[in-house]
Unconditional design. Structure first.
Length: 138
């Protein structure tokens, strides 16, 4: 009888610990904030009149359980990523802190071949998917 009580106590403690371990705080759930009004998928700063002008390209809308991510790339006349803007991003959770890191990595790599941010894997993967869609549309 004593062994049964000890075994049950250990099992319940382990289950409780596992629940705390897997918990990810996200008080607002999957709410997102639109950072800017979406524009056409590909546009040029001069209305498309000349080749090689700075242009913007919107990535796909990617959702995960922590929010929605959509990137907008600003491509320079030299066909390099000069800026990464967020049209949609998570407003709570670990992904919020991951976004600036992902943006910096994108500018350094000049591609979607970047690492995910530890602790914000879902948001990182959504960001990379949206980024790759924008690069494919380039």
């Amino acid at each position: 009888m004593k062994k049964t009580i000890v075994a049950a106590t250990v099992a319940l403690s382990a289950a409780g610990f596992l629940g705390v371990w897997l918990y990810e705080p996200s008080p607002l759930g999957s709410e997102t904030v639109a950072v800017a009004a979406p524009a056409p998928s590909v546009s040029s700063s001069d209305g498309g009149a000349s080749e090689g002008a700075e242009r913007t390209i919107d990535g796909s809308v990617e959702s995960n359980r922590y929010g929605t991510v959509q990137v907008r790339l600003v491509i320079s006349a030299e066909d390099k990523i000069s800026e990464v803007r967020l049209l949609q991003r998570p407003i709570s959770g670990r992904g919020v802190d991951a976004i600036p890191i992902l943006q910096e990595e994108t500018l350094t790599a000049q591609s979607a071949d970047i690492d995910t941010v530890s602790g914000a894997t879902s948001t990182s993967e959504s960001y990379i998917d949206s980024l790759q869609a924008a690069l494919d549309a380039r």
